[in-house]
Write a protein that binds this ligand. Structure first.
Ligand code: AMP
Ligand code: MG
Length: 405
């Protein structure tokens, strides 16, 4: 008994240590990600915030917190900003606007939010639909049945293109009534569709025709939550016995970006739309309609000045491990829109890198005088999270020279 528990303890420690061992960085695109991150930090460092502006910002924030709904609407109108959304979100919108005004004195005629430089020319929203059943077991083998893409041109904040393919499942070729009702996808549609490997080829051709896979800064992928890539695509590639596509190894989880930017708990599509004062258009759980609505949320974030950056990605081991046996195999909640802290904890376990949104990066920069300590803490947020602050600081101070070189 004692031996068993001590070996469990050793295993626990081993996996903890593995989690903060940075050696694997050498074998993953994480290095590339950190390089980009470092560039962002350097760019932001050059636009330092003086103490006076910081004080002003705190004062404005206090004033906004005390405003009534009517006063907030009045201010938003005066600033030509959107007045749709819940009060808390409207207050955040105003705060971000004031902050942008303080940070960008030279916005000359433009909205100060427009001076934030977005990182990607295009954002491609993906929302898979998969086979499912009413009382499916935890290890149910979902097969992708719809692969949609909605392309956002970031500068003009418009949807410029869409792609949609249905996909024929192999393990369970007959869709359950439950699945057809949930997704709106019919048996005829999947029967007439190609199997997944061919669908993926068509997707990649479509992306290549638009030159979206060629340059790393040009296009990033957006999903609602981590499951589209971390669960559905990973499982499907495993089932189809094909390599997990390189371009899908990192993505922007819009829930996470939304929660962080508007300082609200993470929530699903319907709740995010409702906070923005918008309705869901179309059929919930249709992949294309879900993607269009995720795109609407993404575009509101852009308009409100959120600089969207990749905030989740796979470790090579995540991609290679057996997705069927994995405890990560059933992460979505029943209706996809309720916040579930336990689920969030699960997400965070599979998400090894957490990138902070622009807001917090700016905060880090504004306290530049403590630069080394802050850099360590900031990078700590990009690194595996299952270590204590002291451990990560010790480890990171050791690696800092290399990472920030
Ligand atoms: P979503 O993107 O939320 O539409 O969900 C993606 C896939 O997750 C669906 O196509 C289903 O395979 C599965 N799913 C979502 N919600 C449910 C649910 N309430 N019951 C069973 N499966 C679901
Ligand atoms: Mg969906």
């Amino acid at each position: 008994m004692a031996a068993a528990s001590s070996s469990t303890e050793i295993n626990k420690n081993k996996s903890r240590n593995q989690n903060y061992d940075l050696d694997w960085l050498k074998h993953t695109n994480a290095n590339q990600f950190l390089t980009e991150e470092r560039r962002l930090i350097n760019n932001l460092k050059s636009s330092s915030v003086d103490r006076g502006s910081q004080k002003k910002m705190s004062r404005y924030n206090g004033e906004i917190n005390r405003m009534t709904y009517e006063q907030v609407l009045h201010e938003l109108n005066r600033k030509n900003l959107s007045i749709t959304g819940e009060l808390d979100l409207l207050k955040r919108r105003l705060k971000h606007h004031y902050k942008a005004e303080l940070l960008n004195n030279d916005h000359l005629g433009r909205s100060p939010l427009e001076t934030y430089q977005q990182r990607y020319e295009y954002l491609a929203v993906i929302d898979f639909e998969a086979t499912c059943d009413e009382n499916q077991p935890e290890n149910y083998q979902h097969e992708i049945i719809e692969f949609p893409i909605v392309l956002i041109h970031v500068q003009t904040v418009t949807i410029t293109d869409t792609f949609r393919s249905f996909c024929r499942p192999v393990l369970k070729p007959i869709l359950s009534d439950y699945c057809q009702k949930l997704t709106g996808i019919t048996q005829e549609q999947v029967d007439a569709a190609p199997e997944f490997p061919e669908t993926l080829k068509n997707v990649e051709n479509w992306l290549n025709d638009r030159n979206l896979l060629s340059s790393k800064r040009k296009c990033a992928f957006v999903t609602d939550g981590p499951w589209d890539m971390a669960k559905f695509l990973r499982l499907q590639c495993y089932l189809s016995n094909i390599e997990y596509p390189h371009w899908a190894k990192k993505w922007i989880n819009v829930r996470k970006a939304f929660g962080s930017f508007y300082s609200t708990k993470r929530c699903g599509i319907l709740a995010m739309l409702s906070k923005l004062g918008l309705n869901f258009d179309g059929h919930r759980h249709s992949g294309l309609d879900d993607s269009i609505n995720i795109a609407k949320i993404t575009m509101e974030l852009i308009k409100d000045g959120c600089v969207l950056i990749v905030n989740e990605f796979h470790r090579p081991t995540d991609v290679r491990s057996d997705p069927v046996d994995s405890s990560q195999n059933c992460l979505f909640d029943t209706n996809g829109d309720d916040f579930d802290p336990q689920q969030q904890e699960e997400d965070d376990k599979i998400i090894q890198f957490i990138s902070e949104e622009d807001d917090k990066t700016l905060h880090f920069i504004s306290e530049e005088q403590e630069s080394e300590k802050e850099s360590i803490q900031h990078l700590g947020k990009l690194l595996p999270v299952t270590v204590t602050k002291e451990q990560s600081q010790r480890k990171l101070s050791y690696h800092l020279g290399d990472l920030l070189k």
